[in-house]
Design a protein around this ligand. Structure first.
Ligand code: FE2
Length: 455
């Protein structure tokens, strides 16, 4: 591995280093071939295709999983939670990295099952059909039919993550279950016999739901398919994911392997052991990614036996909300329902029911420092916010004015060229560039903005 001391290049003002930093942090095109990982919900062969892509790559993108109404309700819920968190943590310290939060880790129950919008995530038929194929469960029109003790899956959690619109840093690539060894297929030490290593039977699958457009600018997650993880590990299949600095110098394309563009309503179905990481969001607007997690029945039984007091084993679904679920929903969540007399039963739809401020934040789990951050300048935040606002306004009216893009040219000529090219590729279904004069209005950039933080 290269020595971090020797990695910082000379900041030659004549070089194009600044442009490279921009291109690394905010590539206008992902290095991930999104189309080859995507399936449209409702397609004739969609279910089988999706399961096959998932098992081959470790994830699959489902286009159009949520209705517009469900997206609206989730947006409203996430914004309310975001507002409550902002009041307790105005500096955006986060509970993952600066500016990054897990939804589950902000609530006393460790879940968001007391908020109705999150319950919609448990009831998307197409997703259960795919999960049925992955876990080889019989699924009928009423939902999954779970039988036996060694097959099937259950709902594990509802939560997800969000980051503020002033998040400068990448998050290190990681598996959400670090003791699991899916590349090797078997573990060691105290995890040798736990049901977490088989690649074909994931212990946990997360369905991350997109509720706002994901663009090059607003912190889409990056993800690494199984095949590339194998390639990186070579003969040492137990190797952990690279540190950020190593990723930059030896797998730069991974920093750009972001899952975008995505539309509201899309879903990323992900084996939580596939390496993934957060990316900078300087768009000025928070990026939300609410989720539902399911676990294999084998892993559920293992947890019950080995960690009966763990946060995720606690009853967190209020009885009143459970009673409103259909039969399939009930069968998947029966282990999470309360007796109606728990704390969480008193906080249905309570967006202010959060941990105390002192417990809401936590120190970073991994090092998030990178030498390239020192080449970022304060006006880069302004530029990215401008690009994001251009995109949003362009999406609303169907085109972006060249005159507005020109405002970028004086700030950063290379980025202007990159952005022009990107907006041009979005036409005609997305955002195209059209010749029409209109003044740039930067005031909208300030909405929902938290204090910018620097490493
Ligand atoms: Fe993660």
């Amino acid at each position: 591995m290269a020595n971090a001391q020797n990695l910082v290049p000379n900041a030659d003002p004549r070089s194009d280093w600044e442009g490279e930093v921009f291109e690394t942090m905010f590539p206008v095109k992902s290095t991930l071939d999104i189309d080859s990982c995507s399936v449209t919900v409702g397609e004739e062969t969609g279910k089988a295709n999706a399961a096959s892509i998932f098992l081959r790559k470790g994830f699959v993108i489902l286009r159009g999983a949520l209705s517009a109404d469900q997206v609206d309700e989730l947006q409203e819920t996430c914004k309310k939670l975001y507002g409550s968190v902002g009041r307790l943590d105005p500096e955006g310290q986060g509970n993952r990295n600066p500016g990054r939060y897990s939804f589950g880790a902000i609530t006393p129950s460790g879940q968001c099952l007391h908020l109705r919008a999150f319950l919609h995530l448990l009831q998307v038929d197409f997703i259960h059909e795919i999960l049925g194929q992955i876990y080889q469960v019989n699924v009928n029109s009423k939902g999954p039919v779970i039988s036996g003790t060694e097959s099937g899956y259950l709902v594990h959690a509802a939560g997800g993550d969000f980051c503020t619109g002033a998040t400068w840093e990448f998050q290190k690539l990681h598996s959400d279950m670090r003791p699991a060894q899916p590349l090797k297929g078997k573990g060691f030490g105290k995890f040798a016999n736990s049901p977490i290593h088989s690649k074909s039977s994931p212990p946990l699958i997360s369905a991350n739901f997109v509720i706002q457009e994901l663009t090059p600018w607003n912190g889409a997650m990056r993800i690494i398919p199984w095949s590339e993880m194998y390639d990186y590990c070579g003969s040492n299949l137990l190797q952990p994911a690279p540190e950020l600095e190593e990723e930059y110098w030896h797998r730069k394309n991974w920093l750009k392997s972001k899952i975008f563009p995505l539309k509201p309503g899309d879903c990323i179905l992900r084996d939580i052991r596939v390496w993934h990481g957060g990316c900078p969001n300087l768009s000025g607007e928070p990026r939300f990614l609410p989720s539902m997690e399911v676990c294999s029945r084998a892993y559920h039984c293992y947890l019950k036996e080995t960690q009966p007091d763990s946060r995720k084993a606690r009853a967190a679904l209020p009885l009143k909300l459970y009673e409103g679920l259909d039969a399939a929903g009930k069968s998947l969540t029966v282990h999470l329902v309360t007796d109606g007399k728990q704390d969480v039963d008193l906080h249905i739809e309570d967006y202010t029911w959060l941990k105390r401020a002192s417990e809401l934040t936590s120190p970073p789990r991994d090092c998030y420092d990178m030498s390239l951050y020192k080449f970022m300048k304060d006006n880069h935040h302004e530029i990215i916010m401008m690009l994001q606002a251009l995109h949003r306004e362009g999406a609303e009216r169907g085109f972006v004015n060249p005159s507005e893009l020109l405002a970028l040219q004086s700030l950063h000529p290379k980025l202007y060229a990159m952005a022009s090219e990107w907006f041009a590729t979005q036409a005609p279904e997305g955002v195209g560039v059209r010749a029409k004069q209109n003044r740039w209005n930067s005031r909208r950039c300030d909405q929902g903005r938290w204090t910018a933080r620097r490493a």
